[in-house]
Design a binder for this molecule. Structure first.
Ligand SMILES: Cc1ncc(COP(=O)(O)O)c(C=O)c1O
Length: 418
C-alpha cells in the first residue's frame, strides 16, 4: 500500500492533495482515524501497473452496464420517435454524460441549478421545470432552456411572459398514477404537483406548446401504464390535440429485463399519432438502474441478539432513499448464504440500518461489501451528516479502465458549511 496523489485534482475544488511528507506529519499528529487522512489523502492503493484502486468507500459506475440501458432507450427512440431526456434529479454525475449524450436527447430538471448543469455539462435539449420558480429564476433559465415548464396556472400567468423566445409547458396532474409509496405518488390527495382543473387548463392552452404528465414511480407493469395512458387520452384529448409536444414524465421501468418493450413502443407510437404530438419520456432510474455499486468496508462487528456489521458508510448520508422508503439495498458481494447479519451504517442515527441479510461468510472488520443499484437518487442526495467521509466516485469505462472521477476531502465538508 502506498500513499499517492489523486489523479483527479483538476476536478477537486479543494485543490491538489498535499505532499506525502506533510500527510505523514499530519497522520502522526492526528492519528490514522482523522477523516482527512482516511478519506482524502490515503485514497489510493496501487494494485497492478497503471490501475489505481480507490480506498473504501466509493460509488462505482460501470459504463458497460450503463450502455445496455442506453441501447434500450435508443431502441425506443428509433421505434417510436419519442425523445428521452435524462431526469437530473435522479442522476447528475456528469463524468458519464459523454457516453449518455449519444443515446439521449437532453436533460430535464427540477431547478435552475439542475437546468444549468444540463445545459453546461450535457448540452442538447434542456427542459426546465420547477415546482415553484421565482421571477429571477425564470429569467435566468430562459437564457438557455428550450422549454420552461410551469407547475401551476398561477406561475404561468405570473412569469410566462418572462420566458421570452422559449416554449412554454405546464405540468398536469391527471389524477391517475402508479406508485408503491404514497410519499412518491404525484396524484396523492392534496398533491401540489400539476394542474388538476380541466377548464382552467383549456383556457390557458393557447399559451402552451406542450404539457407534462409525470404519473409513475418505479412502474414495471406495462398494463397499468397503458391503462393510465388510455385514461389520459380520454380526459385530455381536446387539450392534447392543441399541443406540439407531450411529456409522459419518468418512473417507467422499461429498461428492466422482461419488460414488454415492443408493446410499450407500439402504445407510445399510437398515442403520438392519435394526438399528433412529439412525445417525450423523462427517464431517471430507467437510465442508470443496475449500473452502479456502493463499495464499503466493515469497520466493526458487534453483537446484540444477532451479529451487527458496521460499515464505513451510512444509509442516511449515502443511500438516503432506503431510509425514506424503508427499503433495503441488495448486496452483490458477499453472496447469499447461511450467516445472518444486520448491516448498519456508522452515523449516530439509531435506525441507520441497511437491512438484515444471510451471507455466505461471517463478516469481519475489513470485509468488503458491495451494495447494488447505487446510482439513482444516491449521489444527488448524499450529505455530510456526522461529518462522515464522503464516498469517492469512480467510473469503470467501456474500455475497462477505472477512473476515480471525484474524491472528497475535509475541505469539501468545511465548505459545505459556514
Ligand atoms: C417530473 C419528473 N420527471 C422525471 C422523473 C424521473 O423519474 P424516475 O427516476 O423514477 O424515472 C421524476 C421523478 O420524480 C419526476 O418527478
Amino acid at each position: 500500500m502506498i500513499l499517492t496523489k489523486s489523479p483527479i485534482s483538476q476536478h477537486d475544488p479543494a485543490g491538489p492533495a498535499p505532499s506525502q511528507s506533510s500527510m505523514l506529519r499530519f497522520a502522526r499528529r492526528f492519528g490514522p482515524h482523522f477523516p482527512a487522512i482516511r478519506s482524502g489523502h490515503r485514497l489510493l492503493h496501487r494494485r497492478a501497473p497503471q490501475e489505481l484502486v480507490p480506498s473504501s468507500p466509493y460509488y462505482l459506475i460501470d459504463e458497460r452496464k450503463l450502455l445496455k440501458n442506453l441501447e434500450i432507450i435508443q431502441q425506443v427512440r428509433e421505434l417510436t420517435g419519442a425523445k428521452s431526456v435524462l431526469a437530473l434529479k435522479c442522476f447528475s454525475t456528469w463524468s458519464v454524460f459523454g457516453l449518455m449524450r449519444d443515446y439521449l436527447d437532453g436533460t430535464t430538471s427540477s431547478s435552475l441549478l439542475e437546468a444549468r448543469l444540463g445545459h453546461e455539462k450535457f448540452g442538447k435539449e434542456v427542459h426546465a421545470y420547477s415546482v415553484g420558480f421565482s421571477r429571477a429564476e425564470v429569467r435566468q433559465v430562459s437564457a438557455f432552456a428550450d422549454k420552461v415548464i410551469f407547475n401551476s396556472i398561477s406561475q404561468l400567468k405570473r412569469y410566462g411572459h418572462e420566458a421570452r423566445g422559449v416554449k412554454l409547458g405546464l405540468r398536469v396532474n391527471p389524477g391517475v398514477s402508479h406508485s408503491h409509496f404514497d410519499l412518491a405518488d404525484p396524484a396523492r390527495r392534496f398533491s401540489r404537483l400539476g394542474v388538476t382543473d380541466h377548464a382552467a387548463l383549456m383556457e390557458v392552452a393557447p399559451q402552451l406548446s406542450g404539457v407534462m404528465f409525470h404519473f409513475n414511480c418505479e412502474n414495471d407493469q406495462f398494463m397499468s401504464f397503458a391503462a393510465a395512458l388510455d385514461a389520459i387520452g380520454k380526459s385530455y384529448g381536446p387539450v392534447l390535440k392543441k399541443m406540439q409536444w407531450v411529456s409522459l414524465g419518468g418512473g417507467l421501468s422499461f429498461t428492466k429485463d422482461g419488460y414488454p418493450l415492443r408493446q410499450f413502443c407500439r402504445r407510445l407510437k399510437q398515442f403520438s399519432k392519435e394526438f399528433d404530438v412529439q412525445l417525450y419520456l423523462e427517464p431517471g432510474e430507467a437510465v442508470i438502474t443496475g449500473c452502479a455499486e456502493l463499495v464499503a468496508t466493515v469497520l466493526d462487528v458487534v453483537h446484540n441478539e444477532m451479529d451487527i456489521a458496521i460499515l464505513d458508510i451510512s444509509v442516511e448520508a449515502h443511500m438516503l432513499d432506503h431510509l425514506i422508503y424503508q427499503t433495503s439495498p441488495e448486496i452483490n458481494a458477499p453472496g447469499p448464504g447461511r450467516h445472518p447479519v444486520l448491516i448498519a451504517g456508522r452515523s449516530c442515527l439509531a435506525g441507520d440500518v441497511f437491512g438484515t441479510y444471510k451471507l455466505n461468510q461471517r463478516l469481519r472488520p475489513g470485509t468488503i461489501i458491495r451494495l447494488a443499484d447505487a446510482a439513482g437518487y444516491t449521489m444527488v442526495k448524499k450529505n455530510w451528516f456526522n461529518g462522515l467521509p464522503m464516498p469517492s466516485i469512480c467510473v469503470r469505462r467501456l474500455s475497462g479502465k477505472l477512473d476515480i472521477v471525484r474524491r472528497f476531502s475535509y475541505r469539501d465538508y468545511e465548505e459545505s458549511l459556514s
